[in-house]
Write a protein that binds this ligand. Structure first.
Ligand code: CP
Length: 310
């Protein structure tokens, strides 16, 4: 694995390895790299969770963080994303984390860059580290994927999270169902659609999605109350969930729209647990890219130092 840009082409073994490494890091931590490594976070779209949990993950791994603000960078002079990435590669960055609004752009960019790239969300393409932290959260609950029924509910058409999770969960042997209002269905995705009532009554995991207003051409299809009543997780629907079923949401949450405000922190919600798992999941991805890619390892560095000093 040279880059981490998509869940679609990863094997069951590769995904499970990352889930278990992430789970292990969240329990016991991991020794930081002992040599100087730079991580550059190139965010061309707003982010709170993803960006900040990458910063925490990078610092916990002992990396130096090259923060980048596209608004005060040479992007403002017309520099392309490719030339921006090549610049960071040239000045010695060891790894790039990239978020961009264009569909699948990070996946295409990675084909031309020689240092590892992590996709932090590219348009409606993929959001693989979000998927990994979601998978870790499910794994911590059930310790298995085969036989689990997972409903991905909401604005499927504009969601990169839905795509990454549907691919990965299928690879892991879970049954994936989609649930959405007709306007936001994506019929290119090869997964069955079910109604919200069926989803909450039959599934072990109910994964709600944010309404992606920024990607919509037509605004305000219905009021927030109407949306919640027809397509969202109301208190009545939560009461009808299986006894041990859990609620996920990648956040930010539109409280009172996708989910009743009072359910965001209810007993079966794992929404803030997902955010906690985001740090260890991102540490696992970067550790594996850098270590398995032969770029560094604390032990290798110590061995090299010993040879040089002789
Ligand atoms: N879940 C997620 O990607 O959140 P941010 O947009 O805040 O990074």
């Amino acid at each position: 694995m040279k880059h981490f840009v998509s869940m679609k082409n990863l094997s069951e073994h590769e995904i499970l390895q990352l889930i278990k490494l992430s789970d292990e890091i969240s329990n016991t931590g991991i020794p930081p790299f002992s040599n100087q490594l730079f991580a550059a976070n190139l965010f061309f779209e707003p982010s709170t969770r993803t960006k900040m949990s990458f910063v925490v993950a990078e610092r916990k791994l002992g990396m130096e963080v090259l923060d980048f603000n596209s608004d005060v960078s040479s992007v403002k002079k017309g520099e392309s994303i490719y030339d921006t990435a090549k610049t960071f590669e040239s000045i010695g960055a060891s790894l790039l984390v990239v978020r961009h609004p264009e569909d699948n752009l990070v996946q295409r960019l990675a084909e031309h860059i020689n240092i590892p790239i992590v996709n932090a969300g590219d348009g409606t393409g993929e959001h693989p580290t979000q998927s990994l932290l979601d998978l870790v959260t499910i794994y911590q609950e059930y310790r298995k994927f085969k036989g689990l029924k997972v409903a991905i509910v909401g604005d499927i058409k504009h969601s990169r999270v839905a795509r990454s999770n549907a691919y990965a969960l299928t690879t892991l042997g879970a049954e994936v169902y989609l649930s959405s209002m007709p306007e936001w269905q994506d019929n290119n995705l090869p997964f069955p659609y079910i109604g919200i009532d069926e989803a909450v009554e039959q599934c072990d995991v109910v994964m709600l999605l944010r309404i992606q207003h920024e990607r919509h051409q037509n605004h305000t299809i219905m009021s927030a109350d109407q949306y919640l009543e027809n397509y969202g997780l109301t208190k009545d629907r939560e009461n009808r969930m299986k006894s041990d079923a859990i609620i996920l949401h990648p956040a930010p949450v539109n409280r009172g729209v996708e989910i009743d405000d009072s359910l965001v922190e209810c007993g079966r919600s794992r929404i803030f647990k997902q955010m906690t798992n985001g740090v260890s999941a991102r540490m696992a991805v970067m550790y594996q890219l850098l270590e398995k890619g032969g770029i560094t390892h604390a032990n290798n560095f110590n061995k090299r130092s010993a040879v040089i000093s002789r």
